[in-house]
Write a protein of this length. Structure first.
Length: 138
């Protein structure tokens, strides 16, 4: 079913209400030994970003100020689901509804409301940084 902009805005506003549940989920995952150190760093950085008043879109702007937060959370969780067992993530979810479906819904809806440059910056932030080191062993 294709949503018009008003319906999409309403659906996305409903997902924003899950931010406290997402923060709890991220915090719990940071403490889990089954999550890698790199993933824990990404989760912790996401928590700081969401709680920080300094964002790509300031939180004091109603609705739009929370879209970048919820999108980053969804991107980070989607990435995490590729590196740990799904059960690990779901074990800590205490929000209503299916987490996987909620993540997909956020990703689908947020792109409709964020400026393309903001969306791209958030996607880039959600990717882990890797350092390529070239060296020779003698």
């Amino acid at each position: 079913m294709k949503l018009n902009n008003k319906e999409a805005r309403s659906a996305l506003a409903e997902t924003i209400l899950f931010i406290p549940n997402f923060i709890k989920l991220l915090y719990r995952l940071v403490q889990d030994s089954r999550v890698t150190a790199n993933d824990k760093a990404l989760l912790a950085a996401t928590i700081v970003y969401v709680l920080s008043p300094i964002d790509l879109i300031p939180d004091m702007i109603p609705f739009f100020g929370q879209i970048d937060d919820i999108l980053l959370v969804a991107l980070v969780l989607k990435r995490l689901l590729d590196s740990v067992e799904q059960e690990v993530v779901l074990e800590y979810w205490d929000g209503n509804g299916d987490l996987i479906i909620l993540i997909e819904k956020i990703l689908e809806l947020a792109v409709r409301f964020l400026p393309p440059k903001v969306y791209e910056k958030l996607v880039k932030k959600s990717r882990p940084t890797t350092v390529d080191v070239d060296f020779e062993v003698e």
